[in-house]
Design a protein around this ligand. Structure first.
Ligand code: G4P
Length: 546
């Protein structure tokens, strides 16, 4: 992995023809980082940007515990809680590529947002803490990637600290995810004894120098066979032990095949240390070699457009109050095909309404940069006058419908009440709008005459966001009353099958906001009863709305 990826051809700026779009597409890579809080996602992001010359010094990215709120305090709620709710895209150039890094909220309560953001990525990087191994949030996010067939690269972080043995980490990845981990490099020591890593592609050793931690300086590289003579300060038993591990890994025989990485049966594994900046450049080269260029998203209707043909894209996130100075709503669109040009007229495939995209931005932290053109893989922030819904397809010529965004099983359920009856109208209007926007899911009792609207979300804090927005945007204070359900299982069944459904005592038959049948359940135990008693019906924990 030490050889640089082929530099993509520079795109001609003057022409807007298909070949130009194609060359722009080929130089883009769009990905997201998945991790458990504290594994080092923010630090890695920062170091990637440092290599991409997007920031001058490390420490400029929001989200570090010590700096949270410093650059993304767009919402009081974030400030009050010291968490990061927003997610945007960061862009940097490296080795001739334009890399779009989809930034996802670290807090697990906003994982629904993260799940959806993953739908806009062509690959994901899973960051694992060497000492902690695979943690719960990483596991959840990996499973979403696997479900959606998003290829995953692994970065095992914090090798400068004492941790588990690298072999143990590989074993855990294989056991938990049934995916073959293929190491691309191998650490030489750990903790105080950490001296560098062996590049398994060419047997070179990249030597660690702590003094380079905040700069873009390439490490000293020597051949493995010369290591002992060139670096006598490295203990011979460390070299011997590392050599044995490398032999073991080699004997296991796994070689990385790009097709198997793309189909999700292999994950390349890179060891490094984001904090000390070690292994980042090696990882970036490996990433660029493997990460696929932007692909067109699956269509459900309309003919599949070539990536270079007319413009199409889909909305994967709507964010309110992104900037308190503007008090507006921004819809994030991922370009799938063709070229976006500011002021172009597009059709919203759902409503067939034509709309001119006059206000388009690239959003970096809190800064907005007017965007004049964009290409497949790019993320655009569109100021949203209430026209867009999550999952909307925007297209230019031919009407196509990109596959909808998946809905994930919520874990919290509650009924929201209007605390001030004189604000009832605003409450209803606000709630309807937030539901349409996709800020929260809704379920109704399938049998009850008086339909109580139950709100549901993956994370508890999503309720705080909805209540906050109802109060701040619609001046409608609310009350909240929790319901005991913990999960949803969607299903398709004939009327006959539905009549014969055997449900656990404490569950509820419900309809979601799209009229889809679902069962609300209170425990894993209830779920196993549901499966056991209704073997002919397939129950799903994720649903793609069409
Ligand atoms: P997150 O976004 O995934 O939540 O993690 P973040 O980057 O904020 O990192 C969590 C903690 O781990 C931070 O320390 C960070 O400095 C540390 N860290 C990240 N990468 C490495 C690494 O490669 N090696 C070592 N030794 N530490 C690493 P903190 O003390 O919790 O926060 P801070 O005060 O440094 O911001």
């Amino acid at each position: 992995m030490s050889t640089s990826p082929t530099r993509p051809a520079a795109a001609a700026k003057s022409s807007h023809g298909g070949s130009d779009v194609e060359s722009q597409r080929m130089r883009r890579r769009t990905f997201a980082i998945i991790s458990h809080p504290d594994a080092g996602k923010t630090t890695l992001t920062e170091k990637l940007l440092l290599f991409g010359n997007s920031i001058e010094t490390a420490g400029a990215v929001r989200g570090r515990k010590s700096e949270r709120g410093a650059t993304s305090d767009w919402m009081d709620l974030e400030k009050q809680r010291g968490i990061s709710v927003s997610s945007t895209a960061l862009t940097f150039e490296f080795a001739g590529f334009q890399v779009n890094l989809l930034d996802t909220p670290g807090h697990h309560d906003f994982s629904e947002d993260t799940y959806r953001t993953l739908m806009a990525a062509d690959a994901a990087v899973m960051v694992i803490d060497l000492a902690k191994g695979i943690e719960s949030q990483t596991e959840k996010l990996f499973r979403v990637c696997a479900l959606r067939k998003i290829p995953v690269l692994t970065f095992v972080n914090k090798v400068d600290r004492r941790g588990r043995s690298p072999l143990e980490i590989l074993d855990e990845i294989e056991r938990k995810f049934s995916i073959e981990p293929v190491p691309q490099n191998w650490p030489l020591g750990s903790g105080e004894d950490f001296r560098g890593f062996v590049d398994l592609q060419d047997d070179s050793v990249h030597l660690f120098d702590e003094r380079n931690s905040s700069r873009r300086i390439s490490p000293k590289v020597v051949q493995w066979s010369d290591l002992e003579s060139i670096e006598p300060s490295i203990a011979s038993d460390l070299i011997e032990a590392t050599g044995e591990e490398v032999d073991l890994v080699r004997m296991a025989g796994a070689t990385l095949e790009r097709e198997r990485f793309l189909d999700g049966s292999q994950t390349p594994v890179f060891f490094g240390s984001a904090l000390t900046n070690f292994g980042i450049e090696h990882f970036l080269h490996g990433f660029l070699k493997l990460c696929p260029p932007p692909g067109t998203r699956q269509q459900v209707e309309g003919s599949l457009p070539e990536a270079s043909s007319s413009f199409s894209g889909f909305i994967f996130k709507i964010q309110a109050n992104l900037d308190p100075r503007h008090r507006d709503r921004v819809a994030f669109l991922r370009v799938c095909s063709g070229m976006f040009q500011r002021d172009m007229e597009v059709t919203i495939a759902r409503s067939m309404k034509k709309i001119r995209l006059a206000r388009a931005f690239r959003i970096f932290g809190q800064d907005r940069q007017t965007l004049d053109e964009a290409y497949p893989g790019d993320i655009i922030g569109l100021v949203c006058p209430g026209e867009f819904r999550l999952g909307d397809t925007l297209c230019q010529d031919e009407i196509i419908h990109h596959e909808g965004l998946p809905q994930f099983s919520p874990e919290f359920f509650a009924v929201l009440g209007c605390a001030d009856t004189s604000r009832r109208k605003q409450f209803d209007r606000g709630l309807t709008q937030l539901v349409e926007e996709g800020a929260i899911q809704v379920f109704h009792d399938a049998h009850a005459k008086q339909r109580e609207m139950m709100l549901a979300a993956v994370g508890e804090l999503q309720f705080d966001v909805v209540r906050y927005r109802l109060e701040s945007e619609y001046n409608a204070p609310t009350t909240l009353s929790w319901r005991p359900y913990k999960m949803v299982r969607w299903f398709n069944a004939t009327a006959e099958q539905k009549a014969k459904l055997r449900l656990p005592f404490s569950s509820k038959l419900a309809l979601d906001q799209f009229g889809q049948d679902a069962i609300l359940l209170q425990s894993k135990w209830d779920e196993s009863v549901l499966h056991r008693e209704n073997p002919d019906i397939r129950f799903e924990e994720m649903r793609v709305a069409s």
